[in-house]
Write a protein that binds this ligand. Sequence first.
Ligand SMILES: Nc1ncnc2c1ncn2[C@@H]1O[C@H](COP(=O)(O)OP(=O)(O)OP(=O)(O)O)[C@@H](O)[C@H]1O
Ligand code: SF4
Ligand SMILES: [Mg+2]
Length: 352
Amino acid sequence: MSIIDTTKTIPAPRGDGEHQGPLLEVRDLHVEFHTRDGVAKAVNGVNYSVNAGETLAVLGESGSGKSVTAQAIMGILDMPPGKIPQGEIFFRGEDMLKMSAEERRKVRGRKIAMIFQDALSSLNPVLSVGYQLGEMFRVHQGLSKKDAKARSIELMDKVKIPAAAARVNDYPHQFSGGMRQRIMIAMALALEPDLIIADEPTTALDVTVQAQVMDLLAELQREYNMGLILITHDLGVVADVADKIAVMYAGRIVEQAPVHEIYKRPAHPYTKGLLASIPRLDQKGQELFAIKGLPPNLLKVPTGCAFNPRCTMAQDICSTDVPVLHPVAEQDGTELVGRGSACHFWKETIHG
Ligand SMILES: Nc1ncnc2c1ncn2[C@@H]1O[C@H](COP(=O)(O)OP(=O)(O)OP(=O)(O)O)[C@@H](O)[C@H]1O
Ligand code: SF4
Ligand SMILES: [Mg+2]
């Protein structure tokens, strides 16, 4: 199904059509920043995958490596100081880290698009939104100004901007925050990507608008069968839109699970803490739980499990041995598909 009418243009390539595995697969990715004060290991062996039509939510507090992983996938990491000493990022079975700069540029934007938190700084304030949207079609598809404008209006309609035709010549500051974020979604959709990475797409918006923009994104993702990586620090916003969740802490995935299972039965104390800190409608007025302490400075990550100084379940082994992501099983040993926890005491956490 097409987002826009592409009969007049040659559609962007949509993969090799033969690849059977996941749309995107990140394998053992490491990213480090070489700073004056030392080497900060921002991403430390991350593995995740996304299929077409699937939404992966990546969660974790500030500094856990969510955005840096996304920047590595997009090929927009600051290098230097950033460096990828190890890892593979397969898109439709092809390792993007082995592609030439030119091949990489073709994938970026056309096949993988990104939506950032702050639409105001991503959009050019002195150009109309119609011009900026139209540029995607003029530059990438060689459309005339008139056709590009018509396509822009279609896309603005698609992301439910009221009176799109009348507003196409307006400037970014003339739109509300929620409407600007819809424009960013429209820009990401313009070239019909296979995968969208949305980095905190609703964080700057108020709660009601957040839900509307999130619903729109989920609706479009389903309609066009795109993969979606949704980065957020808020477990509350992903319950209805994500298929699966990866929780990050200090550059590692500490828990992964299908979305509903993680809410019912977290298998990592950090996830448990994040869940307990979500405001709930049925507990109005009650003080919210907060995980004590702060995420570690990446130049001084605690030995063993990086979460150990903040963990209420920590034992001696936690400060000496790094826990690996372990498959999670029922008490009778039946493995829970798609689940993993990097905690020495995952059994006690999920079944305790
Ligand atoms: N250009 C850079 N130079 C040095 N360190 C960096 C750079 N970019 C990111 N980092 C470090 O990498 C770590 C991970 O950052 P990242 O932006 O991925 O966090 P995040 O999980 O997206 O957090 P947030 O929720 O705040 O967006 C942070 O400690 C950050 O300081
Ligand atoms: S490994 Fe230890 S410190 Fe880390 S989360 Fe599990 S119990 Fe807590
Ligand atoms: Mg971030």
